[in-house]
Design a protein around this ligand. Sequence first.
Ligand code: SF4
Ligand code: SF4
Length: 177
Amino acid sequence: MKDMKTRLEELPKLAEETKKETKKYFSNLKRRTPKNLDYVMQELHDAEFKKTDCLACGNCCKTTSPIFTEKDVERIAKHLRMKVAKFESQYLERDDDDFMVLKSAPCNFFDESDNSCFIYDVRPKACSEYPHTNRKKFIQITELTLANTEVCPAAHSIVEELKKKLPLVSKIKKRRS
Ligand code: SF4
Ligand code: SF4
């Protein structure tokens, strides 16, 4: 396994190269979803995060915003001893899909000195579940996962491993002439 610096440097080009093939793969996967897909994803996710250290990366926190639910906002504002309205006006805005997201990147709660999170124990649910590669009913989030392969080196590796583990070869109908 390459070091994280190299993985992050190579990711944009790699993700661009695999994007078309992954899109096609997910589209086939939707048509013929194996019953054990969630089980396989959980295995691949666990294996990947045994060797990938998020504290050596932090790319999700540096470049993208999680969605903040009402519950997230209430919990984090309380932790920071801030009023919800003040927290929202200071850090958040509504995106085009009407979700509450950070106004800027890197995340305000990201510690660039060691890639840690200042509010780790109360962080948004979307952060604790990122990159969602062990999500139940994974088949419902393939578009999101495709986008995440451009941000998260672990998500990219997991999807590449999935393609190897569950190759979807088109069935060729045999016929006699
Ligand atoms: S809240 Fe924490 S885990 Fe979530 S994006 Fe910000 S720094 Fe990262
Ligand atoms: S979840 Fe992915 S992008 Fe975020 S820190 Fe871990 S490896 Fe990096």
